[in-house]
Write a protein that binds this ligand. Structure first.
Ligand code: PLP
Length: 392
C-alpha cells in the first residue's frame, strides 16, 4: 500500500510505547512499578461521574454543538476569567475532545510550508510532531538544566526569524514540572509582540501548582488577542479517558476551529461535557485532595532521588513529574531507562522522549501511590548502586 508522505514524519508519544513495553514485561510475570505515565492514578471524583451517568440516563447521548455545550462554554469562560486573570467571553471558548486537539487545530490553522514554530526542548513531543505535520519547520528552544529549565530570553530572541509564526510553551511544564515566572512570560510576550507572533500556551497543568502561582500569558497586556490558551480536564480532575479539553481563542481562529472540529470529530461527547460542567462548578475538595497528595509525593520522590548516588533532582513547583540528571551513574537517560525496567522493574521515560536537551535525564511521573514510589526508590537505588560501583 502506498502511504501519503504526510504521515511518514508524524512523531509519536513514547509514553504509550514505554507503557506497552512495561506491560509486556509484566505479562511474563515480572512486577513493574509504573512511573512512566502522564496520568493521575486517582479515579475521577464521584460527583463528576454521577453527573455524567445521569446525563446518559437522561438521553444526553446525541451530537452536541461543534464548539461545545453553551452551558459548559459559559462555565469555562467564568472559570477562566476568575482563574486566569483576563476577561473571557463564552464565544471565545471551544470545547474539544482533550487538550491535544488544540495543538493540532492551532498549528493546522496557523502555519504552512516555509513557516517556523518555536517549541520547548525538553517539551511535550506533540508540538514538534504537529508543527512538522502542518508543513512548518519546528525550531527547538532549549530549556537548559543549568538554567533551572527556564528559558533564556536572549536565546529565544536569537531563534526568531522573519519566518517564525508561533511560539509554543507549557507551564507548569512536562517533563520538568517547572513553572515559568512573570519575568519569563513578559519576555515571551515581548518577543511575540515585537515580531507579531501567535503564542500557543499549554496550561494543562495550570492548577497543579505546589508553590508560587501559575500566570496565564494571556493576562499580560495585549496578549489575549495573540494567544491560544489550551487547557483541559485530563490532569486536573483525573479525567484522561473522558477526552475533554478546551481552548480560549483569538477571534480570527474561531471559524477555522469550528470547521476543523466539524471536519474531524463533529463535537466532544455530550455526556462528557455534562461531567465537565460538574467538574468546574461543583465542589473542588476532591481535586484539592489530589493536589495535596501530589505535593507530598513530590517531596518524597525529590528527597529519595537526591539520596541516591549518581542522581541529581531539582524540586519542581508544578505538574506531577521530576526530571533528574542521571549522568552520575555513568549512563545516559536512555540507557538508564532500559536498566531500570529490565533490572529494577521500574518504568520511567528517557529524557530524549522530550527532545535533545534531556539526554542525561529521565522523566519520572509521581502519579503513583507513596507506597509504590517508596518501593521504586529502593529499586532505583539498587540499580544505581550497581552502576556506580561498576564504574569505579
Ligand atoms: N499537553 C501536555 C503538556 C501534556 O502533558 C498532555 C498529556 O500528557 C497533553 C497536552 C494532552 O492532554 P489531553 O490528554 O487532555 O489531550
Amino acid at each position: 500500500m502506498r502511504l501519503a508522505d504526510r504521515v511518514r514524519d508524524l512523531g509519536t508519544e513514547t509514553a504509550f510505547e514505554a507503557a506497552a513495553r512495561a506491560a509486556a514485561l509484566e505479562a511474563t510475570g515480572r512486577h513493574v512499578i509504573h512511573l512512566e505515565l502522564g496520568e493521575p492514578d486517582f479515579d475521577t471524583p464521584a460527583n463528576i461521574r454521577e453527573a455524567a451517568k445521569r446525563a446518559i440516563d437522561e438521553g444526553r447521548t446525541h451530537y452536541a454543538p461543534p464548539l461545545g455545550l453553551p452551558a459548559l462554554r459559559e462555565a469555562l469562560a467564568a472559570d477562566a476569567t476568575a482563574r486566569k486573570g483576563f476577561a473571557v467571553t463564552p464565544d471565545r471558548v471551544v470545547v474539544l475532545p482533550g487538550a491535544k486537539p488544540s495543538i493540532f487545530y492551532s498549528l493546522l490553522a496557523l502555519v504552512q510550508p516555509g513557516d517556523e514554530v518555536i517549541y520547548p526542548d525538553p517539551g511535550f513531543p506533540i508540538y514538534e510532531s504537529m508543527a512538522r505535520y502542518a508543513g512548518a519547520s519546528p525550531v527547538p528552544l532549549p530549556l537548559r538544566p543549568e538554567n533551572g529549565f527556564r528559558l533564556d530570553p536572549d536565546e529565544l530572541e536569537g531563534l526568531v526569524t522573519p519566518r517564525t509564526r508561533v511560539i509554543v510553551f507549557n507551564s507548569p511544564g512536562n517533563p520538568t514540572g517547572e513553572v515559568l515566572t512573570r519575568d519569563d512570560l513578559e519576555w515571551i510576550a515581548g518577543v511575540a509582540q515585537e515580531h507579531d507572533l501567535v503564542v500557543l500556551a499549554d496550561e494543562i497543568y495550570g492548577r497543579l501548582v505546589h508553590e508560587g502561582e501559575h500566570i496565564s500569558i494571556a493576562s499580560l497586556p495585549g496578549m489575549a488577542e495573540r494567544t491560544v490558551v489550551m487547557d483541559g480536564f485530563s490532569k486536573t480532575f483525573a479525567m484522561t479517558g473522558w477526552r475533554l479539553g478546551y481552548a480560549i481563542l483569538p477571534q480570527p481562529l474561531l471559524e477555522p476551529f469550528r470547521r476543523l472540529v466539524i471536519n474531524s470529530v463533529s463535537c466532544t461527547a455530550t455526556f462528557s461535557q455534562v461531567g465537565a460542567i460538574e467538574a468546574i462548578t461543583g465542589p473542588q475538595d476532591a481535586m484539592e485532595a489530589m493536589l495535596a497528595e501530589f505535593r507530598a509525593r513530590r517531596d518524597l520522590i525529590v528527597e529519595g532521588l537526591n539520596a541516591i548516588p549518581g542522581l541529581r533532582c531539582h524540586r519542581p513547583a508544578g505538574a506531577f513529574y521530576v526530571f533528574p540528571d542521571v549522568s552520575g551513574t555513568g549512563l545516559d537517560g536512555r540507557e538508564l531507562t532500559d536498566r531500570l525496567l529490565v533490572e529494577g522493574g521500574v518504568a520511567v521515560l528517557p529524557g530524549t522522549a522530550f527532545g535533545r536537551v534531556g539526554a542525561n535525564h529521565v522523566r519520572v511521573s509521581y502519579a503513583n501511590s507513596r507506597e509504590n514510589i517508596a518501593l521504586a526508590l529502593e529499586r532505583i537505588a539498587e540499580v544505581a548502586a550497581s552502576l556506580v560501583a561498576g564504574s569505579r
